[in-house]
Design a protein around this ligand. Structure first.
Ligand SMILES: Nc1ncnc2c1ncn2[C@@H]1O[C@H](COP(=O)(O)OP(=O)(O)OP(=O)(O)O)[C@@H](O)[C@H]1O
Ligand SMILES: [Mg+2]
Length: 275
């Protein structure tokens, strides 16, 4: 039988003490603490025993994992497994509502922050719908991202990475092609000082040739050492890009290990990814 938890143990079912108000798990027995890397340092990013709800709907059910600086992690799972909800919880957007757990990025407690503070502290969420702002040119979309600190890449550096955006700098952002809009959405995150890039289905709805172009750019971003979580339905593409894979099922981590293990394990792919 396939061991689905080869990379690291499954998260503790029992939540630990809470730092959050309105925590339904407050007072429960302590759970497993975030893993310490060698040298006793907390991982660059860690989420520990994260539980999040949309209203009464219990969706993220005790998710725990660590990410090293510069690592790229593919967060995979079937439709409805909780991938987007996990990214949104990490980014501290209003819903789903984090009710229990800890989320740390570079020693900063994201669990006690709102979305704008998480952004200030280095979270760069590129949502599935891209959210290009109507009425603004490509360049104005980028300038808007830099209106408040911390500023990341210069706009010229972004145009070096995505020459097509440079060529279209004066074009209204929402008139770009789907692939170009995805490039703009990624660029908008890089225009801020991002420590953890969260990409939700960056290849969605794009022709294979455009997917390949964005893949090459993400390889370049990876080679620059950007710590990234990529959620993708195109799991094979994401696994080729990523060092590690985390698979979610029904809001829980069912696998955490190197990407190659998933590529090599047909049973695992069939069971949790249906590929
Ligand atoms: N705003 C919401 N209110 C209530 N339930 C929601 C909301 N958004 C998502 N859900 C539910 O949460 C569960 C997880 O959804 P989520 O979008 O995180 O899944 P996903 O893994 O990203 O799926 P997909 O691959 O289809 O994008 C689903 O059952 C979904 O119906
Ligand atoms: Mg999703």
């Amino acid at each position: 039988m396939t061991d689905l938890n080869q990379g690291s143990p499954a998260p503790e079912k029992k939540p630990g003490p809470s730092l959050l108000a309105d925590d339904p798990f407050a007072g429960a027995a302590p759970g497993k603490k975030p893993t310490l890397t060698t040298g006793g340092q907390r991982a660059f990013f860690s989420c520990w025993d994260v539980h999040a709800y949309y209203g009464e709907s219990y969706i993220v059910q005790g998710v725990s994992f660590d990410i090293r600086e510069g690592e790229i992690v593919a967060l995979l799972g079937r439709n409805g497994a909780g991938k987007t909800s996990t990214l949104r919880t990490i980014a501290r957007v209003d819903s789903p509502n984090l009710k229990h757990g800890e989320i740390w990025l570079d020693h900063k407690p994201l669990h006690s922050m709102r979305a704008h503070q998480a952004s200030f502290n280095g979270i760069g969420l590129v949502p599935e719908d891209r959210r290009i702002i109507a009425g603004l040119t490509v360049e104005e979309n980028l300038q808007l991202a830099q209106i408040s600190p911390p500023v990341g890449w210069s706009i010229e550096r972004i145009y070096d990475l995505f020459p097509r955006l440079g060529e279209r700098r004066n074009q209204e952002g929402i008139t770009l092609s789907g692939g170009e809009q995805q490039m703009l959405a990624i660029s908008r995150a890089l225009a801020r000082d991002v420590k953890l890039l969260l990409l939700d289905e960056p290849y969605e709805g794009l022709a294979p040739v455009i997917v390949q172009e964005i893949e090459r750019t993400l390889e370049q971003i990876k080679n620059l050492g950007m710590t990234t979580i990529i959620v993708e339905q195109n799991a094979i593409a994401a696994l080729h890009l990523a060092d590690r894979a985390i698979i979610l099922d029904m809001g829980q981590v069912v696998f955490d290990g190197v990407s190659q293990e998933v590529l090599d394990n047909a049973d695992l792919r069939q069971q949790y990814l249906a590929i």
